[in-house]
Ligand binder design. Structure first.
Ligand code: HPA
Ligand code: ZN
Length: 326
């Protein structure tokens, strides 16, 4: 109970959150209704019942359907605002959120609508909840690099509203090396970059993300543990891993929570953080992830402090801002 309380009340940053993955079924149905969209699920319970996944792809298939109710600027606002209000209760004070711009562009939703709505909510989050934030455009790796390059060109007028770029979606068969050019361009433009790697894919994909994409963080990174030399390198470089325990469980990256490797990561010197990934689909927000770890692993107070400190250390904020949390 003491550990739970500590986890709950610690100030935290969330560094791995897909805003479309925070779309709760209730809001999803409300937006479908508002936009005159008919869903293939009769109600919230039927939709929730479909949230049972054997792997990443089974999740992604339903995740891309879910986000199709997002049409107007107001929808992106409501989505983002609901997330911020929710994590405010978890004592999350800084968030760095991904959005899947290409998925929305392919549905005919302009960047202006997407970024406008998300950014307006982030501004209100700072003003009304004191939550600071960064916004990360995440490229879809199941699409060709040319599509990512076109999206970056389309984003030109909005670059002042973006803080970084990421890489997500179906990992296996879409290695980081396929995105070296678009990531080089993002870095030339002065942006921070991160990539999902080693969630289902091998340690080799983590290596590629480091060597070829020159990422500032690794999202997930679980399979780094299969390669001792890679672990030493990640540790030496102080690279932050944005780990997502409940996501790992729901997508069967780990078989049971008591076998989750996050404490092993810390023991080996890796800078792991705790994040929710897609909380509406995986059964919980940041504190739920801490709760699951505490329930199933021999977590100590020191581990909790370490995880929370790592979340601020890995944040793309100034050293001055970090100092106020560390
Ligand atoms: N992995 C890859 N792509 C994603 C995820 C994830 O966990 N969530 C949303 N898109
Ligand atoms: Zn993710």
């Amino acid at each position: 109970a003491e550990l739970l309380q500590l986890a709950q009340r610690m100030p935290k940053a969330e560094l791995h959150l897909h805003i479309e993955g925070s779309l709760e079924p209730e809001l999803l149905f409300r937006l479908a209704d508002r936009n005159g969209i008919r869903l293939n699920y009769p109600d919230v319970n039927a939709l929730r019942a479909a949230y049972a996944f054997n792997n990443l792809q089974e999740f992604l298939d339903i995740y891309y359907i879910g986000m199709s109710v997002l049409r107007e600027e107001e929808d992106f606002y409501d989505l983002t605002w609901a997330y911020l209000e929710r994590v405010h209760r978890d004592n999350v004070v800084h968030v760095e959120i991904f959005f899947d711009s290409q998925a929305h562009l392919d549905r005919g939703i302009p960047l202006e609508v997407q970024i406008g709505g998300i950014r307006r909510a982030l501004r209100d989050g700072l003003a009304q909840l004191g939550i600071s934030s960064k916004l990360i455009l995440s490229f879809l790796r199941h699409l060709p690099e040319a599509h990512a390059l076109e999206t970056l060109a389309l984003a030109q007028p909005f670059l002042d509203q973006l803080d970084g770029f990421g890489l997500d979606s179906s990992e296996i068969g879409h290695p980081p090396e396929q995105f070296a050019r678009v990531f080089a361009r993002c870095r030339e433009l002065g942006f921070r970059v991160t990539a999902h790697a080693g969630e289902e894919g091998p340690a080799e994909y983590v290596r590629q993300a480091l060597d070829l994409l020159r990422v500032d963080r690794i999202d997930h990174g679980n399979h780094s543990l299969d390669d001792a030399a890679l672990v030493r390198r990640l540790t030496a470089e102080g690279k932050i891993l944005t780990v997502c325990p409940l996501s790992n469980l729901k997508l069967r990256v780990v078989q049971t929570m008591d076998r989750h490797p996050i404490l092993t990561m810390l023991e080996r010197g890796l800078k792991a953080t705790v994040n929710s990934d897609d909380p509406a689909y995986f059964g919980g927000y940041v504190n739920d992830n801490y709760r699951a770890l505490i329930a199933h692993l021999p977590v100590t107070r020191e581990d909790l402090y370490r995880l929370a400190r790592n979340s601020f250390e890995g944040a793309w904020i100034s050293e001055e801002a970090k100092a106020t949390y560390l």
